[in-house]
Design a binder for this molecule. Structure first.
Ligand code: ADP
Ligand code: ADP
Length: 226
């Protein structure tokens, strides 16, 4: 069964702007997917459906179960979403607290929470930042801390909206390496990007979105069309 299945999703903003029209696609476990499309294509709107902020006509199934049938705590174990702006996902007094917040909410033991935070900080190279105030960090550091906070929940699907945008070259390489490593470990990765240079690295399959699905194919197939 698909890890994620969208069926006939349509979303219209209150001002009547259609952001998504009749979106259907399946993502299978372990796949490495890129979603590309220009600014305003609907990528962020789509991802706001995946954390159940937006609800639409059409359906979303995660691991065979309708998204509306998940409790919050169960859904975040299935799917983790990193939005483009890290400031909206950091809210605790220290980096450690931010990364520990999700696992604590799952009701895990203190030892298990500490282990998950330690592992997530190691993977994202944020261990040295553990006592820092998240809002005082650089943009690249914030992105890594948000990524750590999601990794600590150990979701089976990881969704990232423009994870490399506005990063310096070193942070960009670090983030790409983390995504690749997670995918190698069996995590399904779905990355929105408008950097076509990263497609072959980030995706086995590309979905071109612009309000509706324009086409899907391998990076090579998509490249030959643009
Ligand atoms: P992307 O993430 O691909 O840049 P978005 O999902 O942010 O695209 O936006 C999709 C479309 O919906 C765009 O035309 C955008 O201007 C519009 N849109 C986004 N948010 C709102 C909103 N709150 N109200 C009205 N229109 C919106
Ligand atoms: P992104 O490309 O990451 O979606 P945007 O700059 O398109 O970022 O959007 C930033 C914010 O502005 C979002 O919260 C989005 O919902 C809102 N927004 C975007 N377009 C519109 C619009 N046409 N009307 C109202 N709000 C909008």
């Amino acid at each position: 069964i698909p890890a994620l299945s969208l069926s006939h999703l349509t979303y219209i903003y209150p001002n009547k702007k259609t952001a998504l029209f009749d979106i259907s696609f399946d993502v299978f476990p372990g796949e490495k997917i890129a979603i590309v499309g220009p600014n305003g294509a609907g990528k962020t709107t789509l991802f706001l459906h995946l954390n159940y902020t937006f609800k639409s006509k059409g359906s979303i199934q995660i691991n065979g179960k309708d998204i509306s049938d998940y409790k919050n705590a169960d859904r975040v174990k299935e799917i983790g979403i990193m939005f483009a702006d890290p400031d909206n996902q950091l809210f605790m007094p220290t980096v450690f607290d931010d990364i520990a917040f999700g696992p604590l909410n799952l009701g895990l033991s203190e030892d298990e929470v500490k282990k998950r935070v330690k592992d997530a900080m190691e993977m994202t190279k944020t261990t040295d930042l553990k006592d820092r105030v998240p809002h005082h960090l650089s943009f690249g550091q914030k992105k890594k801390v948000v990524l750590a906070s999601i990794i600590a929940l150990r979701p089976k699907i990881l969704v990232l909206d423009e994870p490399t945008a506005n990063l310096d070259p070193k942070s960009k390489r670090d983030v790409l390496a983390i995504i690749d490593r997670l995918n190698q470990d069996g995590i399904t990765t779905i990355v929105a990007t408008h950097d076509v240079n990263l497609l072959s690295e980030l995706a086995d399959r590309v979905i071109v979105l612009n309000e509706r699905i324009i086409e899907t194919g391998t990076p090579r197939e998509i490249f030959s069309d643009i």
